[in-house]
Write a protein that binds this ligand. Structure first.
Ligand code: MTE
Length: 320
């Protein structure tokens, strides 16, 4: 571990997302301008770079037909703890991340390990657009037109060996690009960097698991995990690791960043499950960003027909 960890804050110290949202909605117009005005204590945020357009045909069978979340919301209300714990930190501070050049190592228990340049990945695997909802463990959700390709063909290309049972995703570790990875950032280190997530091999191979390079017809903005992230729509959003530099096939269940931080709150599987509450709040319903009424949360986030068979015989209350 390169970074010595300061004592961790407890999860209850993070702004409750619902409080945060209602506060955000109240602070509008002149008040917001006053708070954010450059020169009044906040450094001016550079204008976001123009994002390159990406064209991809929509995969209708794998796409929701529900209204999309507004792009402004999807790119300003983010969880990306490498930039801080507040929802607007990633869009305010994301300019320090340099998404090109960028490589992804695919290795571990495979016959043909390989380092791919992200542009090479985008040439090798045909891009598709898929409208998925992503349901955050904090009980809100968004509907986003993602652009990417299924992870399975990439994994097949490196030829997993018989010992490969799980897939581990690792986000970039670079305090020069991710301010919250700097020792002493805000006086604490929120997670044990780098951010690590994992899936069972069959989950990673499932056709819904999307290696994602764009959204809303453009390459990914930094705050959403540029240049490449994974999106696993039947699991809570934190499984969908951003800004990935390594995909490793391993024999043991990976120890994930959130499990290390709070194992009683965040399990390895983290399938969206309205019947299993988070220890501090219910998962029975959710707020779609942009809507006011809450809607019931569906088992596996609505993807039960496609994925429930992966968990036959498993007690999903124990394997949360
Ligand atoms: N990946 C990294 N590297 N760091 C993070 O903090 N947050 C996760 C996930 N991936 C996170 C991450 C969480 S909690 C959520 S809900 C989703 O990213 C949010 O993705 P979005 O900002 O594109 O909506």
């Amino acid at each position: 571990m390169l970074i010595r960890r300061a004592p961790r804050f407890t999860a209850s110290e993070i702004t409750d997302p619902t409080l945060y949202l209602s506060r955000r909605e109240l602070i509008s117009g002149a008040a917001a301008a006053l708070v954010l005005a450059p020169g009044l204590g906040e450094a001016a945020t550079p204008a976001p770079p123009a994002l390159q357009a990406l064209s991809a045909t929509r995969h209708a069978a794998f796409s929701l037909t529900e209204p999309l979340t507004k792009v402004e919301a999807a790119t300003t209300y983010n969880n990306f703890y490498e930039f801080g714990v507040n929802k607007d930190d990633p869009s305010r501070l994301g300019h320090t991340l340099k998404p090109r050049p960028w490589t992804v190592h695919v290795d571990g228990f495979v016959s043909k390990p390989k380092t791919f340049d992200v542009d090479e990945l985008m040439r090798l695997f045909p891009l598709e657009e898929r409208v998925y909802s992503l349901r955050c463990v904090e009980a809100w959700s968004m509907v986003i037109p993602w652009i990417g390709f299924p992870l399975a063909p990439l994994l097949k290309r490196v030829e997993p060996t018989g010992q490969a049972k799980y897939v581990e995703f690792t986000t970039l570790l670079d305090p020069n690009q991710f301010p919250a990875q700097k020792p002493g950032f805000f006086g604490f280190s929120s997670l044990d960097w780098p951010y690590v997530e994992g899936l069972r091999l069959d989950e990673a191979m499932h056709p819904l698991t999307l290696l994602t390079v764009g959204m809303y017809g453009k390459v990914l903005p930094n705050q959403n995990g540029a240049p490449v992230r994974v999106v696993i729509p039947w699991k809570y959003g934190f499984k969908s690791a951003k800004s990935i530099v390594r995909i490793r096939l391993v024999s043991e269940q990976p120890k994930t960043a959130w499990e290390k931080a709070a194992p009683q709150e965040y399990g390895f599987y983290s399938n969206v499950n309205p019947a299993v509450s988070h220890p501090r709040w219910s998962q029975a319903d959710e707020r779609r960003i942009g809507e006011f009424r809450r809607r019931p949360t569906l088992p596996f986030n609505g993807y039960a027909d496609q994925v429930a068979a992966l968990y036959t015989g498993m007690d999903l209350k124990k394997n949360y």
